[in-house]
Structures are given as structure tokens and as C-alpha cells.
Design a protein around this ligand. Sequence first.
Ligand code: XMP
Length: 517
Amino acid sequence: MIIVLDFGGQYCHLIARRIRELGVYSEILPYDIDLNKIKEINPNGIILSGGPGSVYDKGSPQLSKEFYDYVRGNKIAVLGICYGLHLLIHQLGGKIEPHVQKEYGRTEINIIKPEGLLDSLKKREIVWMSHGDQVKEMPDGFQILAKTDTCPIAAYQNKKLKIYGVQFHPEVIHTPNGNIILNNFISKIANAKKEWKLEDWIQKTIKEVQQEIGPNKRAILGLSGGVDSSVTALLIQKAIGDRLHCIFVNNGLLRKNEEIEVQKTFKENLKFKNFHYVDAEDLFLDKLKEVEDPEEKRRIIGHTFIEVFENKTIQLEKAYPNIKYLAQGTIYPDRVETSATSNASAKIKSHHNLTLPDDMTLEIIEPLRDLYKDEVRKIGIKLGLPKEIIHRHPFPGPGLAVRIIGVIDKEKLDILREADEILIDGLKKAGIYESLWQAFCVFLPLKTVGIMGDYRTYEYICAIRAVESLDAMTANFAKLDLDLLEKIGTRIINEVKGINRVVYDITNKPPGTIEYE
Ligand code: XMP
């Protein structure tokens, strides 16, 4: 196993993910984790991530003397990336200084010694830099491996101590041969065996959940039928069986037949005994009546969901007093977007999934919290989740309410459900559904004039949104085939009463967002 110590760098999770992709299990721990925890894990290697601070700032994150004694005594390989590289030098007796000429972005690097960490690299490579400080003087025993025009020590090694450092980021795709460097570290320096498989993660996580919940306690889970909550449900069910209670809330904002399909999958196919269906359509639609503002809609939906969920939980707790845990399908990008929006001055959209009532006393379990969507999908396949759920596009918590501009009502929702079904059917038949991150219809409450047969029509507009993305942080509109769009658009106009015009959205994110509200 390779541990990644988090010093607050924005790519920290990406490092762990790349190592896992290379076949070695990797986990992220806070930089100030109790050393005993690291000793217990007994890792082959430790990577120190980047971070926003400078090593000489007062209160900047540092490592203890015991940490250095431990890695030295046990010959554990250490790789410092950016801040991590500075910290090693700073704490081992070298010198770091701010550099006037800061380096950001794509940079050409000169490999001085193509060995060890930089084995198999060419003399010149492209890397992704992002730093202000740099190494000025190295302690004894350290050798320079690479430099750039403005950074004379861009990578170093101390073979005896097994300590390595790179000033740039090998984990991002903008460093095209970054994987070679990480692979050199894990295989040639840390000697980690590439034995990690998803099955191991699944078994380990099931065991951890079993240990945490114990033999008698129970857990509840808000199941949406999306891939994240479904995979979480299956994992926890494997750990504690029918002591998992899933609550599925029909908020009236779901896609066509969704409530029927989710019930069928979990109750009939996957044999979930404690699957609780709550029909709250009327309550949600009543509360949303005449509400126009997007944030207000999201707020109401979030609060109403919590209210419904809480009521059902209280009811279940009466029947099962040992319900003590709340499982959630939070994945890593959810945590990033939520914290980014809650700390930043500009709140973009409030994602309600991570907000819990203040007085909820249940312990939270989030087994997927460090994973990315594609990793979750792979785990879902291993756990036997049906293909339709695995490849289903993400669907926002506030559902179709954020895909109808302004005030929503049942009539508009039904129109949108019909149009959306035609779009998805068309994309699936064309064989491109799975290659898209998301595709959906949006209801624009604007009426325009049309002509059908000999009749004048005056109906609403439907926008089609289809995007390609890796993690929803950025997205490009999909360059769909125009004949396919024509076929789908024509079907929508012909078959959906209430729509007489279809438009295609060509906005990227940024500057747009994927959803409309
Ligand atoms: P935006 O519209 O912010 O969406 O570009 C990014 C991704 O997040 C999904 N999304 C949500 N998911 N609860 C969710 O679970 C929400 O409130 C929510 N709002 C947006 C959106 O579908 C896209 O995949």
C-alpha cells in the first residue's frame, strides 16, 4: 500500500487514484495523522502531496521528527510532490526560497539523470508546474535529477534514504509521462506489488462497515436509484444484510417510471427486504407551488426531503431502536463541489445531498467518499448491480425541478418526462448513451408559434442538453450527429403534447452549468 499524506493540495485525491490505477492500493490520510496509524498500515511508500502554503510560513504543516525516524528506520520510500518536495528539504537541513519568477502550467523539463524515479524518461519532457517557492540548497546526500530554465532543482533523490521529490505534478494529465514517474516510484523504489484489485477494496470495505456497525445495530440509507447510492446500498447490505433499511422518496420530480423501476430492481431483483417506499409527490408539489427562484426551489426540496426522510426514520426507529447509522453515497467530487461552494464567496448552487438536520444523532457512513464515479461504476459491476443502473447518467437531487425554468407543476413535469424519455431512448438506440456524461431535456416555459398539419400551434420549447465530461467539474456540449438530433426532435414534437419546438444547447461548463437551475 502507498499512503498519500494530504497537505491541502488540490490534486491530492488524484495521486491516490493514479496509484490505484497502476494496481497498488492507495489511501489518503491527513498529514498530521497519528504515526501509530501509519505504522499499523506499514506502507511500502508514502507520498507527500502538494499544498497551498510555504514551508517557512508560521504554522505551515510539518512532519514530526518521529516520522522521519520511522521512515528511515524502516526504509520506507518517500516521494514529495511540490509542497512535499519543499518540506523534505526544509526539514532535513536544506534551504527553500520564494522565487520571483513563478512557474505555472505547462513547462519543459530537462532530465539530468534518467534513472530511479525518472527512469525511462526522455532527455526533455513536458510537465505541469504550479509553484512559487523552490529548492535553493539541498542537504548532503541529495542529488539533482532534473531542472527547468528557471528552476535548477526540479527533481531530486537521496537513494540511501529512499527520499525523492518532484517540483511538478506527475498525477495530472498535463504531465503526459507522469504515470511513468509514479510507476517508477511504486515499483522500482517502494517495491510495492501490483496486487490491488477492486475485489480487495470491496472485501476490505465490507469488513470495515461490519466492524463499525457491529453485530446488532442497523443503518438507514436514502436510496435514489442512482449509481452512488445503489452501490452504497449493495456494499452495506453485503456487510449487514437486512439490518440495512433503504428509504426511497418519490418527490414527484423523478423521471418517467423511475419509482417503479427502482422498486422493482431492489425489491424483486436484488431481494432487499427492508426497502421503504415513501410517496411524497403531493407534499413536494404543494410546497413548490408558485415558487420561481432556483435557489428557493432547491432549498424547499432539500428541506422537504429531510423532513420526509426524518419522519420515516423516526417511524423506523420506533420499530427498530438500534438504527444508529446513516449511510450516504457521497463520492469524492461531491465533497469537493460542496466545500468549494460553501467556502467561496460566490455560491453557485446549493447541492442538498450533503446537508443533514442539525439534531440528527445518527453516525454517518460514507464508504465511497474517496472514490471517483468511474471507480464506483466498476465496483457496482462487481457487486452485480444491473447495467441500467451502472450506466445511468447522474441525476440531481432536486430532479426535474431544476430542469423546468421557473414555476413547476404536474402538467409541465409530465410533459418533460415524456420528452426526456424519447431523448434517452433515441440516444440508447443510437448506441451513444453510455459515451455521454449526461443528456436530458429541459422545459422552457416560453410559448412559440408553430404549424402542424393545417393547424397553428402555440406551445412550449424543449431544450436538449447533452454533455461530455470526466467529473462534472467542467463539461463540453456533445457534438451529436445532426440527423440523430433531427430524429429525436421530430419525435418529441410529434409525440409530446405541449411541445412544438426543440432546441439544442451548445453551452460548455464553464461558463454554463450542466443543469439549468
Ligand atoms: P452543475 O449544474 O452544477 O452540475 O454543473 C454538476 C453535476 O452535479 C449534478 N447536480 C446535482 N447532483 N444534487 C445532486 O446530487 C444536486 O442538487 C445537484 N445539482 C446538480 C448535475 O446533474 C451534474 O451532474
